[in-house]
Design a protein around this ligand. Structure first.
Ligand SMILES: Cc1cc2nc3c(=O)[nH]c(=O)nc-3n(C[C@H](O)[C@H](O)[C@H](O)COP(=O)(O)OP(=O)(O)OC[C@H]3O[C@@H](n4cnc5c(N)ncnc54)[C@H](O)[C@@H]3O)c2cc1C
Ligand code: FES
Length: 257
């Protein structure tokens, strides 16, 4: 898999919600190679290990990648301090994204995201047809990217844990309803592990193809250190596969949660 490693210019920085930022980075060579569900690996000054962040949007014509991240610890806190015009030291694009090319033309696609797992599904939704997005957030103040999803999806269902916007439910409730209607050719999901496990169980029950994007702490990000393994059952054999290189997207039925 081809990737680029360079210092790229931060072209646009936006605060989307409290402690959540969107960066649009000018990187024509990396944007040309990128696919939905892949990630970038960013070196932040003062930290040895790079930080993996999913690709939220790809603009191949403008030569940009957009990422959305939450300030979680010291690395992302330092990253959030960068300003437009600053350089972002990045390896991109990395990993295997969603298999959107496998989705039959007929039928609906459902993207299911939870919290900061929502961003990689935006580019995925853009590249599919007949898309329903089921997006779960803690509360009103945590909702991100809703308008962008509304522009590219046929239907957007927002759930919040406290019911402040949309349905007071976890994402599996509307997902089950949508699966019940039938005509679903694929489900693509990203979010907390417990949510992914529940999505995987539900899609298995309905016999619908599903892929989930896993998160693991990463060292190299390119498959060399074996520091990011997940337990995967492939062809009846349990294997430890690297989330950075063999994933982060896996067939949901193969993941041993
Ligand atoms: C494939 C992939 C895609 C991701 N996409 C996004 C995204 O789109 N937006 C977003 O906000 N976050 C995303 N994350 C999580 C993000 O990488 C972590 O929140 C971030 O690395 C935390 O760094 P920190 O220095 O702020 O936190 P610290 O807790 O100080 O980090 C310490 C170390 O642990 C690692 N680490 C901590 N939490 C995580 C985590 N959840 N996953 C992986 N490594 C972690 C850090 O990279 C660092 O090496 C993704 C993670 C992976 C693996
Ligand atoms: S982070 Fe090194 S192999 Fe995945």
């Amino acid at each position: 898999m081809e990737f680029k490693c360079a210092g790229y210019k931060l072209i646009n920085k936006k605060a989307l919600a409290e402690n959540i930022y969107s960066f649009t980075i000018g990187c024509p060579d990396a944007a040309r190679l990128a696919a939905c569900g892949q990630f970038v690996h960013i070196r932040v000054d003062g930290f040895t290990l790079r930080r993996p962040i999913s690709i939220c949007e790809i603009d191949r014509r403008m030569g940009t990648l957009t990422i959305v991240f939450v300030v979680k610890g010291h690395g992302t806190e330092a990253l959030a301090k960068l300003n437009e015009g600053d350089e972002v030291d990045m390896i991109a694009p990395l990993g295997n994204g969603y298999s959107i090319s496998r989705v039959p033309e007929k039928g609906r696609v459902i993207v299911v995201g939870g919290g900061i797992g929502v961003p990689p599904l935006l580019q995925t939704a853009k590249e599919c047809k007949n898309v329903t997005a089921v997006l779960g957030f803690r509360s009103y103040g945590n909702i991100i990217l809703e308008e962008k999803f509304r522009k590219v999806c046929d239907n957007v269902i927002i759930c919040t844990d406290d019911g402040s916007v949309g349905e007071k439910a976890i994402v599996t409730a509307p997902l089950k309803r949508e699966l019940e209607k039938g005509d679903v050719s694929a489900v693509f999901s990203c979010g907390p592990t417990r949510m992914l496990e529940a999505v995987a169980e539900l899609t298995k029950e309905y016999g619908v193809f599903c892929e989930v994007s896993l998160e693991e702490r990463m060292g190299c990000g390119v498959g060399a250190c074996v520091g990011c393994v997940a337990r995967i059952n492939r062809n009846g054999d349990e294997k430890l596969l690297r989330v950075c290189k063999d994933g982060p997207v896996f067939n949901a039925e193969e993941v041993l949660f």
